[in-house]
Design a binder for this molecule. Sequence first.
Ligand SMILES: [Zn+2]
Ligand SMILES: [Zn+2]
Length: 449
Amino acid sequence: MSFRPDPADLKRLREWVSGPGAQNIALASAAEFQRRDKVRERQHKRVVHHRCSYCGKGSTDTLRVCSLCKSARYCDRECQVADYKTRHKAECAGFVHPPFTTSFLTEPLGDDKYPQDPLFAKGHLNGVGFWVSVSSSVDCALQTLANPLRPIKDPLEYNRRDIRMLEDPNLGVKYKARTRNLLTLQVLVQNRRKDGKPVVVFGARTRVLTSETPTVTQNVLNGRTEADRITIFTDGGRGAFGTYASIAIAEDMFDQSPRLLITNVNGTVLKEGVPLPSAVKNGPRGIVALHPGEFALLHMQFRIGDGDLIVSEWDALSCLRALAVPVVAPYDPAVCNTTSLDASISLKTDPVSGKLIDELASPGVTEVRLPFDFYAAEAYYEDLSEKGELAFIKSHRGEKEAEAWAREHAEMAEHALQTMENIRRLGLPADELNSMFELARNMVSGRRD
Ligand SMILES: [Zn+2]
Ligand SMILES: [Zn+2]
């Protein structure tokens, strides 16, 4: 599949990619992100008129917040004390509610039937709590490596990535960069330790575990590339009764960095070009150190399947059993630093068989396993699996957005046809024509047909 494009062809294609046709497509994707931001903003406005967690009284003033969970809110000290005695003590320690942030809304707001960020996994250990959702595209399609992970406001960023891949087409092939098979998880983590000690989370070392069914595991592995770090565990491994895969975070083809992003720390959205908060120890590696009450939101992508049998977020989620996140809790900076801890994280090896065991080998690092709630995901994606994308968008994002999606979808199909026509005119060899078609299809960003 090694291919060197003719420089003249490449020049023409590059011209097209930076031309108006491709730009329209990119602009439409940017419009989708902007629309979603607006929805969040609207919801946020509704939420700021919050109510007291104890007496239920609504208020426009700033309410007192429980310093440990940043979730419960009160009119005054009396309400806070009364709530703590009757209910909140257990709720706070049990990580019942995630910290309040508009970047992660787990409850339906206003008349909505579904939350913006439905919970599909949660759990806590040693005073560190996790809530897991999906960062979904409007129609629940899985993403590609070709697309940037960060929601891009500048539509030309898509084209820049495309041009880089055209210049080195083998990269796209090696990484299967145009296959729509990346699931994006949103992981919210918070320290609620009562001893005042910080904790450290190693985002880039997070993995997902597939269900222990050989066929599911096989479907999940079909899209595997040489760049993926996947370990297979079979019967006989400790605690395992079937065959399952442990999949590390996907790797970006341009800089080999893990496809993860810290998007929010303590309610502040992290933006490019703005200094990182001190909680972020290593942005690209997703290492955060959190003091009690502090929280961070990470987005991470995992390659699930080959884009054929598994095409939607729901398909991908239903193959997964748990998310495993390494943490050090409590963390003592005097004893070891986060960089060496991050580098030390690995799986144990069985001394007899020499095979890897599904347990961390690094002393002091604990892996928190968050089981996926299959039924919660099934309920959330019911419309998608039974009635299709349009019905799903209607019920989850409203009539208006469904209309906009249908309109855009038709426009994009038209653009894709034009792209193919343009490519045909380039007269590329048959093999390469196919991969260019694939490019054209994927120009229809965030979509599948
Ligand atoms: Zn009150
Ligand atoms: Zn609390």
